[in-house]
Design a protein around this ligand. Structure first.
Ligand code: MN
Length: 263
């Protein structure tokens, strides 16, 4: 099994290499990751400047690594389109420092990279661990990534699939429960801080957990699962079209056409 491993925290992130070590036990791992933290860039691709990729030192024997001066999506595009001639069977994105849950999956670079994998017909897994305090435990998440890689390679599993996996901060020896979940509400509430630097005003968006929303997240959602100490696996379906035959939209189309005809 050939596994493309990327992330959005950057090539020096311990979560990336923890995953590389575990995944190398079940397949051939190629690491292509941003050269710096690219958290929050979603599915963005770099189109207005050239991209450079440098072969980077790899702390895991047998794993080739490239650092890309771009986004997580760029990493997947370069890896599948140019850096490696052989196709990949799986894309793993992570392990991210901090959970990626609720509708923030659209903001997450970790999930963004996995989406690019899926769009290229490759089963993809985004995997993140809840950050509690300073330390983040990657051990269980790495084992989960390895277990998922094995499970997804079974011939009976349809492909491509996209899974968004989030782990709570599980203590060693804590019992493991896994829940298949849905996408919860906005898990982070961005707040804007306004400040002065010299004579100029700046704004800083800080992306903080919204405890109130998290506490009220419905049972069965990713946020609920992680809050209740379960490993959350959310199958994502990226074709998120609304109901195009709903009367409200038919009426809207008629109104727009009528308005434009009158002008
Ligand atoms: Mn990140």
């Amino acid at each position: 099994m050939r596994i493309l491993l990327t992330n959005d925290d950057g090539i020096r992130s311990p979560g990336l290499w923890s995953a590389a070590r575990a995944l190398q036990q079940v397949g051939q791992v190629c690491v292509v990751a941003p050269d710096r933290d690219q958290s929050g860039v979603g599915t963005a691709m770099t189109l207005l400047r050239v991209l450079r990729a440098h072969e980077a030192p790899s702390p895991v024997e047998g794993v080739v690594a490239y650092a890309v001066e771009g986004t997580p999506a760029d990493c997947v595009v370069l890896a599948t389109g140019s850096l490696f001639p052989e196709p990949f069977d799986l894309v793993v994105s992570g392990i991210n420092h901090g959970a990626n849950m609720g509708v923030d999956v659209f903001v997450s670079g970790t999930v963004g990279a996995a989406l690019h994998g899926l769009w290229r017909g490759i089963s993809s897994v985004a995997i993140s661990v809840e950050a509690v305090g300073d330390g983040v435990r990657y051990e269980t998440a790495s084992r989960a990534a390895r277990a998922l890689a094995k499970a997804l390679s079974a011939p009976s599993v349809p492909r491509p699939l996209l899974l968004n996996v989030n782990l709570p901060d599980l203590k060693p020896a804590q019992p493991i429960e896994v829940a298949i979940t849905t996408v919860g509400p906005l898990a982070y509430a961005p707040t804007v801080q306004r400040g002065q630097d010299g004579r100029r005003t700046h704004y800083w968006i800080s992306h903080k957990h919204n405890e109130e929303i998290n506490a009220g997240a419905a049972e069965g959602t990713d946020i609920w699962a992680v809050r209740n100490q379960r490993i959350s696996i959310t199958p994502l379906q990226p074709h998120f079209s609304g109901n195009s035959s709903a009367p409200v939209f038919t009426a809207l189309a008629g109104e727009i056409a009528a308005e434009l005809t009158r002008d």
